[in-house]
Design a protein around this ligand. Sequence first.
Ligand code: FAD
Length: 308
Amino acid sequence: HNELNQALQSDEVWYSFELFPPKTERGRENLRIKLNQLAELEPLIVDITWGAGGSSNTTSLRICKRAQQLHGLNTMLHLTCVSMTREELKQVLQSAKEKGIQNILALRGDIPKGGKKVDNGLNHAVDLVKFIRSLHEDYFGICVAGYPEVHEEAESPEKDLFYLKQKVDAGADMIISQMFFDPKIFLDFKNKCREIGIKCPIIPGIMPIMSYSGFTRMTKFTTVNVPKEITEELEKIKDDKIKVIDFGVNTCVKMCKELIKEGVEGIHIYCLNQFRPVERIIKGLSLRSSRYRRPYPWRRSTIQKRRG
Ligand code: FAD
């Protein structure tokens, strides 16, 4: 108990790891190995993404269960509402509860190609936050997504922030950001959130560059701004896989150091089901195990306790 209390009182930066459900048997085998290794780094939480198309959803639940039962990790299940009926959402939440999952990242998701909206469904993440709270009160810790560079469908940057605040007011405990590659963009976003009265933790989502092709593919589909220094350096080394990984790790460590200096409470790493680069980042930042920060340092009760 002492150890746990000490950790909750401490201002040490914690880290969480995001993984995705693999589609192939080879991918599943890889994830079993990587999860085992990642667990050794003792993250505060491991979260598993959710396919808005529905194909891998039982896998997401299964991975969460495995991470908890086999590795003793605390987990967060991503859940999208846009193409699911209320009854389906209710069943997933019940199943998550039965599996001991205590945190949900409540998302709208994108309607998959060929998919359609469901009748009487939930249209925005805020509706899902309300839905979860109405069914399960405070049982789940709820996180929501925030966009430092504004969500692509937003009516305006101000409206995007306004809706983000609605999600928090509806009961979300914490915001995790979309990836970005310029710390200043995240810090400006965080300030703007504070200006409109968002008080909960706002955690940077960090995407380490792990391969040239993966990185260019990912950034092409989003509106994320990549600083010129990064693109120029990557172009020079793009044919050398090892150099790209080294560069990705170093860039990530540099960026996180800057964010930690500016007072972020935690770092959320999009691990892409990899281990080595993630390990190097955690070691490069000299971050200590987040294990004893469990279960939820962002929950209101815990935050109140920390503030004494
Ligand atoms: P919302 O908060 O509903 O916002 C969507 C858009 O609608 C925004 O433009 C917003 O300004 C606007 N809006 C919000 N509320 C209202 C309202 N009440 N009235 C009118 N307009 C409104 N996708 C997946 O499919 N699976 C995942 O596991 C997944 N994980 C993610 C994790 C993180 C950390 C992030 C940042 C994103 C993730 N996504 C995931 C992507 C996400 O589903 C998409 O970005 C989606 O387009 C928006 O989801 P949202 O929850 O932010 O939506």
